[in-house]
Ligand binder design. Structure first.
Ligand SMILES: Nc1ncnc2c1ncn2[C@@H]1O[C@H](COP(=O)(O)OP(=O)(O)OP(=O)(O)O)[C@@H](O)[C@H]1O
Length: 451
């Protein structure tokens, strides 16, 4: 294993024998001619990848794709059927809710048992107990049996133990989906602190923004196969295509994703980002008056179109209130984000949406054309609709992307009729009086007086 590699997985396979009925298992065991009554099911199929020290690897995949199996093998809970797995360092895992704690024991007792399992001495756990209890913030419940806890309290305590044992590798499986936003925020800032301390983290989540925000790299598992390894943004967008794909198109989509060489993809993305940054620097220097304008080379290279159900979003534009086409904007000016939607099929309960995201895919804010109950009842086949969102550019200098979506109700459920990810890109210029920091311009204009 290379010096800075902490996890190396080669051709990992986990298969299960599936029997149609329990009696088939017995028949097979006692059959005089060893007749087989099972079929083989691969929960993981020939998976290979490695993880470097200090890296945060996101793991995404549809339900049943093999994520938990992979993590359980990593933690030594399951044995692989085939393949090699090498782990260099101590693992602290927060696997599915319900595992780990004994429900009959109190929170305090469980902390001590869990800490010991994770390799801490009694004295070390004693020293850390107050920090663990403080972080979990479950008050006097810490001395109550765990079976009396809500799922939120349980995960708070389990997460708190997992992050206080100073492991080299932290594995978090969907745990953060439980619990309120305030606690989630606390967990994220703790994870960010662990990242600074070079802890290696494996992070399973169904949340695209969590994967994009926290991870350096991500893998996409599907039907036990590692379909793609690449930047979080590229992996998440392929994952979304899989989730939203119609059933009969899944196989060809899997083939397309398989064909994507993760390395090439990564290089391509870096190249695109670089190009945008270079243009940005140059144009800002050439444009001292800070007027909005249109830069023909500033076009999205990552546009993904999916879910078209006979509905097509076209002519995506950003314009000034005077109707001029622009993509290099000025802070605090007002603009319109517009697109047209052509309906080849009649659609019902139709709404439209938009979303602004950063280069790394963090969703900054979006809007819909109406609430669900005020959706347009019917748009006939053959009609074209113009959609216009006004917005104020309250963003700091940088490059941002727009999504566009048309929604309608099909078989009683609201679905995307068409969706464009990264439909448009725009840049916000830096000005001479640029004082604020972060992503959002909160109009935080300073007033300082000597008293
Ligand atoms: N003991 C078992 N016997 C047979 N099949 C199993 C067993 N354990 C898991 N599987 C199957 O292996 C596949 C992968 O399961 P796994 O729990 O790893 O998926 P997952 O990606 O974690 O799913 P989820 O997101 O729903 O938690 C699933 O189809 C599951 O039904």
């Amino acid at each position: 294993m290379a010096e800075n590699t902490v996890i190396e997985i080669k051709n990992l396979t986990k298969t299960y024998k599936l029997y149609n009925t329990p009696s088939d298992r017995v028949k097979e065991a006692f059959h005089p001619f060893r007749k087989k009554f099972h079929r083989i099911f691969s929960a993981l199929n020939d998976v290979s990848f490695d993880v470097k020290r200090g890296e945060t690897l996101g793991i995404v995949g549809r339900n049943g794709s093999g994520k938990s199996t992979l993590l359980q093998i990593l933690c030594g809970i399951l044995n692989p059927t085939d393949g090699l797995i090498e782990v260099n360092g101590r693992i602290s895992a927060l696997l599915e809710l319900g595992a780990g704690f004994n429900p009959e024991f109190t929170g305090r007792e469980n902390v001590f048992i869990n800490g010991a399992i994770l390799g801490l001495t009694n004295k070390e756990i004693q020293e850390r107990f107050d920090d663990i209890a403080d972080f979990a913030d479950i008050g006097d419940f810490v001395d109550q049996p765990v079976k009396t806890y809500s799922s939120g309290m349980y995960v708070r305590l389990a997460f708190s133990v997992a992050i206080h044992v100073n492991a080299d590798i932290l594995i978090v499986d969907e745990a953060l989906a439980v619990g309120d936003e305030i606690f989630q925020r606390k967990c994220f800032s703790r994870i960010q602190q662990l990242q600074k301390e070079e802890t290696t983290i494996l992070f399973v989540s169904h949340s695209a923004s969590q994967i994009v925000e926290l991870c350096n790299r991500a893998i996409l598992l599907d039907q036990g196969e590692l379909l793609l390894m690449g930047t979080p943004k590229s992996v998440v967008s392929e994952y979304h295509k899989l989730i939203f794909s119609e059933e009969d198109k899944i196989d060809s989509l899997r083939e397309t994703i398989r064909a994507l060489n993760a390395k090439e993809l990564r290089e391509q993305e870096n190249y695109n980002k670089l190009k945008i940054t270079e243009q940005s620097a140059q144009t800002i220097a050439d444009e001292p008056n800070l007027q909005e304008f249109y830069e023909p080379n500033l076009v999205p290279k990552s546009t993904i179109s999916y879910n078209s159900r006979g509905v097509h979003i076209t002519d995506v534009q950003i314009t000034t209130p005077d109707g001029n086409l622009v993509n290099v904007l000025v802070r605090r000016h007002k603009y319109f984000y517009t697109y047209k939607v052509r309906f080849e099929n009649t659609a019902y309960n139709v709404r439209f949406g938009m979303m602004i995201k950063t280069v790394s895919g963090v969703e900054l804010g979006g809007s819909a054309s109406s609430s669900v109950k005020d959706a347009i009842p019917c748009i006939e086949a053959g009609e074209t609709v113009s959609v216009k969102f006004s917005f104020k550019c309250l963003l700091q200098p940088g490059v941002y992307f727009f999504n566009a979506g048309a929604l309608g109700v099909v078989d009683g459920t609201e679905v995307y009729l068409h969706r464009l990810i990264d439909a448009a890109v725009f840049r916000v210029q830096a000005g001479d009086h640029f004082l604020s920091t972060g992503l959002i311009d909160f109009y935080a204009d300073p007033v300082v007086s000597v008293l």
